[in-house]
Design a protein around this ligand. Structure first.
Ligand code: NZQ
Ligand code: ZN
Length: 387
């Protein structure tokens, strides 16, 4: 096991009607607040009105910036930074999913920096401080509600890039599973795929003697798989929505990677796809992850056998471990299909036109992944496996 520091300060407020406390939670960070949200789902569901009411009850002065798109754009982030600086905003409240939260985080970092906020995403500058932020989560998926990361797309050049810092961890996150009832089945499935992928990125490690975190990963994966069909078939099933929502946070709050180094190659590869084609991140992962697994499983067949057996109940064939490993990969792919995800690029109308460009851009800062280091040609081969 590797040495580690586990420092997750996000206060999780979980359960029915919990958005009612958003005013009380926010006011301790100051009176002037930026309310940041997406394309309208929070207005349609009535959540917007409840949040505003709770903030007004505490005498919070609200400045608003809506319109965050999935795969959030740096242009809106720049607008947010300007608005916050001009009005001396104290606190940012993100109401929405990963895209809204990531956009809020980028604004929070940009407020403490004199240069262009995109510098944080190219590596020209590093985040050292940010405005405090809080979250009301509406889609369990990205885990951004308690992560240190932010992923932003620059329309110029179609770059999708990440940055991170401990100051970007939200101060609180309100998780009311009822808020996810209005999600379309496709978005629910994208979220499920993303949280599964966050666990798989951590699970496939070269570290040894990480039994506890292996078991925590397996338990979380099994919980998600076990509840996936229910939330898709019966979207207002509170118990299943609650299991999925809490799993999404646990998948990405860094507990599952304590003492181990994860891979993250599939995420880097996926960001090249959604950067250019603007598809949902979860859908991109359903395509990339099985291809990545097929490409790298020989690095540690035993780990893939353990995954097949403990997560998918595949019986271990001691005479043919490779067959067992491949059966686990097949089960993963079949599961993504069963919840309505694409598992091949052609299903989302992507051909090989940009494979070279994506492989080159994806590795321009060096090889991706840790379980196996992948260079430009490896990434191109993974795209070919995903065709
Ligand atoms: O914009 P609105 O109208 O709110 O609609 C959204 C959006 O169209 C809709 N939606 C959200 N909650 C809803 C709802 N519709 C009905 N009812 C609700 N309750 O869902 C759509 C997708 O929202 P989005 O925020 O894009 O989804 P998600 O949470 O999956 O976030 C994806 C983004 O997070 C990044 C991804 O790259 C992607 O850009 N990630 C961020 C991470 C992080 N910061 O730690 C880690 C992840 O690996 C991921 O990369
Ligand atoms: Zn992800």
């Amino acid at each position: 096991m590797q040495d580690f520091v586990f420092d997750n300060h996000t206060k999780i407020i979980f359960g029915k009607d919990q958005e009612q406390v958003v005013g009380q939670e926010s006011i301790s960070y100051g009176k002037k607040l930026l309310l940041h949200y997406g394309g309208g789902s929070i207005k349609n569901s009535g959540l917007y009105d409840r949040v505003v009411e709770s903030l007004h009850e505490q005498g919070v002065e609200i400045f608003e910036l809506g319109g965050v798109k999935p795969n959030p754009r740096v242009s809106l982030v720049r607008e947010g930074v300007e608005l916050c600086k001009k009005n001396n905003i104290d606190f940012i409240l993100a109401v929405g999913g990963g895209s809204v939260i990531d956009s809020a985080k980028a604004i929070a970092a940009g407020c403490k920096y004199d240069g262009d906020v995109w510098d944080f995403f190219t590596g020209k500058a590093v985040v050292t401080d940010s405005l405090p932020l809080g979250v009301v989560l509406t889609i369990p998926a990205a885990g951004s509600e308690s992560s240190t990361g932010s992923v932003i797309t620059n329309e110029e050049g179609s770059y999708k890039r990440a940055t991170g810092h401990i100051s970007l961890r939200p101060r609180f996150a309100i998780l009311n599973p009822v808020l996810s009832y209005t999600l379309p089945a496709y978005q629910t499935a994208c979220g499920i795929t993303d949280m599964i992928s966050h666990i798989l990125e951590r699970y496939f490690t070269n570290d040894r003697n990480v039994e506890l975190t292996d078991r925590l990963c397996e338990a979380t994966l099994r919980t998600i798989i076990n509840n996936a069909d229910t939330v898709i078939q019966d979207p207002t099933n509170y118990d299943a929505r609650a299991e999925i929502m809490w799993s999404g946070t646990i998948a990405h709050n860094d507990l599952l990677n304590t003492g181990r180094i994860g891979d993250w190659g599939s995420h880097d590869i996926e960001h090249e796809i959604s950067g250019i084609y603007d598809i949902a991140h979860g859908a991109g992962l359903a395509i990339v992850f099985p291809a990545w697994m097929k490409y790298v499983y020989k690095q540690d067949v035993n780990r893939f056998v353990q995954f097949a057996n403990r997560v998918w109940d595949v019986e271990i064939d001691l005479n043919n471990l490779e067959k067992t490993a491949l059966a686990g990969i097949k089960k993963t792919e079949q599961f993504f299909k069963s919840i309505g995800m694409p598992v091949k690029l052609e299903e989302v109308n992507i051909d090989d036109k940009h494979f070279d460009e994506m492989a080159s851009k994806g590795t321009e800062r060096g090889p991706v992944g840790n379980f196996v280091k992948l260079y430009e040609d490896d990434v191109r081969q993974i795209f070919n496996l995903a065709k």
